[in-house]
Structure formats: structure tokens, C-alpha cells
Design a protein around this ligand. Structure first.
Ligand code: MRU
Length: 377
């Protein structure tokens, strides 16, 4: 079955994709982002000169994915500080730009705290801005390191659960270099397996309505030379039924204290399918995605997005004709239900892989214990 669905050709570009960088041209510091709304058609950069521009980039998903949102948010606070804007106002606007991925607020508040502490200590605004930038840079480096450790732990877990090797892994949304300071979360695990010849196939859910799987994960898989196949989200059931999925690997936007996982809408149905078909459902996320202040799945705020993302095809390469900027695929005025995320209860999650350790079975106690390790050093 695999060969008949294989992608054609192999992308020879480097697997590393520059997604975010701080630059200091003579006109003043800027945050440069790879505009993810334009991928895979074009690799276009977006230059943010202030926090409101970054807020807009976050809302439009030019920059997206939980870990990268945290990094971007922290740099956004530094940008406001070095350019002399009100740092607390900028921090509040950035933290509220999208509600579900807790990493965004974590990154923003870390940079803000560093700024505040330095201002209280020295009273020097330049030094305070430097402190905010140093906090952002540290978060960026830490995320790269966390990503490498998650990949290692995740691969060991795959080998333990699937001793035969030749893994056929299904993934949803996008979780690679495009969302991370390193090689990502779930995708980094698949990439590690690919590098040692143990990934037989990466099944890529297209991820309606904004096609993060088709546009972004397929782009990353092609650049990495992986054997990957794209499927519509609703084809996953028949793929499981055909016995073609050995494991599901996904990321997370927020993990509640009880282990409930909010991730891109469509993740929960995969967890139900995985349970029915006795396939491991593995979540890969850094400890910054675990929110001890959110007790359970019902307490996670799920972002609701504009209906036109469903009633129109809004991929960047289609000509603009509808009021939302895409091609209408439903009668004008059609109401749409468009949650950006769904929540998978902990009992459907086989394991949560973090950089600090693997939580399995998923219980509140085990999760808290693993997260506490990151505070021990
Ligand atoms: O709406 P998006 O594209 O920001 O959603 C991203 C996801 O749901 C990812 O799966 C999640 O952030 C995990 S990325 C490591």
C-alpha cells in the first residue's frame, strides 16, 4: 500500500528552516518571521517593528504552533522594550492574541518579568530591555534543547511500544521546525526515527480548515526526505481499519493538570480511533505546554475562529473572490462551527513525552512529578 501512495521526488533543501530571528539594522531592532500563511507556495519573511504587528502576525497564523508562539511572544516584549513602547501594555496584548496555547502567555510573562526585575534593580530602561531580550533568547535556546530531548525520549518510547521497527506514524497539524527553536515536538520524534531508518511512513492529516498538515507538515517532510503520504482528515478511519497505522504522534497547545490535551481540532477523533484500534496515541510537548493552573480539559479555553475559514478555501495560492479572501465553497451567509482546537481526555492518551520524562499512564500525579524536574536544576 505504501508505494502506491508514495510522494513523487525528494526535496533536497536543508531540513533546518529559519522561522524566527532577531535583527538589529540601523533603523532599529526588528523581529523577522517566516510568514507561514504563504507556505508552501512562497518563502516570504515578515518584518515586525512593533508589538501590534506581531499580535496581527499571531492572529493571522503567520507565526503559529505552541512553542514558537512562546518564543515569538517573548521577543515581542523585548521589541516593545527596546523601541521604548509601554512594555506591560504590549505584554498584555501579546498574551491575549490567541487564548489556547499556554506557551504564548508563558513566553510573554517570562520576558516581562525579566524586564520588570531589571528595572526594579537598576532603574535603567536600556538594561531592562536587554534583560527582556536575554530572556527571549534563553527561551529560544531552551526550546531547541527540549526539542532534541523529546525526540530522543519519543523515539525510545516508539521502539519500546513497537519493537518490530518500521513504524507507520500518523500525525495531525504541524509540529516540526516551523513551530520550534529546534526540530519541533511530535515531528521531531518522527524525524529521529526516519534518520535511523525506522520510519516506514509518515501519514500526514491535511488538517482542515487551514491545512497545516498539507501546507506545512508535508513541506517539512519533503525537505527531510521522509516517506510521507497526505490524507484528508476523514480518511483516517479507513486507514486505521486497514491496519496501516502503528502509532499516532501529535503535539499539544495546552495540557491541563489532569493530563487532558488541547491540540488542533481533529486530534480527539484520532484518539478515539486509536483506542478502538489498539494503537498508541502519543502526545509530545515541552513542559512549558503543561499548565498547572488549568485543572482539567473543561477549563481550557478553546479558540473559536472566523467562519470564513470553513465557508471559503483560504489557502494563499488561491485567487481572492469571497468576502473572507478565499473561494466560497458554501452558500453566502452559511454559519460555520470553527473551533481551532479540541480536547482529548487523559484516559485516551497512551503517553505524554516531555523533555523531562515520559508520563504513562497519564495521571495528574505523574504529570506533576515530571514537570517538577524542570524546576529542580
Ligand atoms: O492553530 P495552530 O496552527 O497554531 O495550531 C498548532 C497546533 O495545534 C500544533 O499541533 C500544536 O501547537 C503543537 S506544536 C508543537
Amino acid at each position: 500500500m505504501a508505494d502506491q501512495h508514495a510522494q513523487s521526488g525528494e526535496d533536497k533543501r536543508p531540513t533546518e528552516i529559519p522561522v524566527i530571528r532577531w535583527e538589529e539594522p540601523p533603523e532599529g531592532p526588528v523581529l523577522v518571521l517566516l510568514d507561514q500563511t504563504r507556505l508552501p507556495a512562497e518563502e516570504v519573511e515578515l518584518v515586525c517593528t512593533d508589538a501590534p504587528m506581531l499580535v496581527e502576525a499571531i492572529r493571522s497564523l503567520a507565526v503559529r504552533g505552541a512553542p514558537l508562539l512562546g518564543i515569538a511572544g517573548a521577543y515581542g516584549v523585548a521589541l516593545a522594550a527596546v523601541r521604548g513602547f509601554d512594555v506591560d501594555d504590549a505584554a498584555d496584548a501579546l498574551a491575549a492574541a490567541r487564548p489556547t496555547a499556554v506557551n504564548l502567555a508563558v513566553g510573554v510573562r517570562r520576558a516581562q518579568a525579566a524586564h520588570r526585575a531589571e528595572l526594579a534593580r537598576s532603574g535603567d530602561t536600556d538594561k531592562a530591555a536587554e534583560a527582556a531580550l536575554a530572556a527571549a533568547r534563553k527561551l529560544h535556546r531552551d526550546d531547541a534543547e527540549a526539542s532534541a530531548r523529546m525526540a530522543e525520549r519519543g523515539m525510545a518510547l516508539l521502539d519500546e511500544l513497537l519493537p518490530g521497527g518500521g513504524h507507520r506514524v500518523l500525525t495531525h497539524c504541524n509540529t516540526g521546525s516551523l513551530v520550534s527553536g529546534g526540530e519541533g515536538t511530535a515531528f521531531a520524534v518522527a524525524l529521529a526515527a526516519h534518520r535511523v531508518g525506522r520510519l516506514r511512513r509518515l501519514w500526514v492529516d491535511e488538517t482542515r480548515p487551514l491545512l497545516q498538515g498539507a501546507r506545512l507538515t508535508a513541506y517539512e517532510a519533503a525537505r527531510s526526505g521522509m516517506a510521507y503520504t497526505l490524507l484528508t482528515d476523514n480518511a483516517a478511519g479507513s486507514l486505521f481499519a486497514a491496519g496501516e497505522v502503528d502509532a499516532v504522534l501529535i503535539g499539544a497547545d495546552r495540557i491541563a493538570a489532569d493530563g487532558a490535551v488541547a491540540n488542533k481540532v481533529g486530534s480527539y477523533p484520532l484518539a478515539v480511533l486509536a483506542r478502538y484500534h489498539h494503537v498508541p496515541f502519543i502526545v509530545v510537548a515541552p513542559v512549558t505546554t503543561v499548565d498547572p493552573d488549568t485543572p482539567d480539559g473543561a477549563s481550557i479555553e478553546v479558540e473559536q475562529r472566523a467562519g470564513f475559514e470553513v465557508t471559503e478555501v483560504t489557502a494563499p495560492q488561491v485567487p481572492v473572490t469571497g468576502p473572507g479572501g478565499g473561494i466560497p465553497v458554501a452558500p453566502l451567509g452559511t454559519q460555520a462551527y470553527n473551533p481551532a482546537f479540541d480536547v482529548t481526555p487523559p484516559e485516551l492518551v497512551t503517553a505524554i513525552v516531555t523533555e523531562e520524562g515520559v508520563v504513562s499512564p497519564v495521571t495528574a500525579e505523574a504529570l506533576a512529578e515530571v514537570c517538577a524536574r524542570s524546576r529542580e536544576v
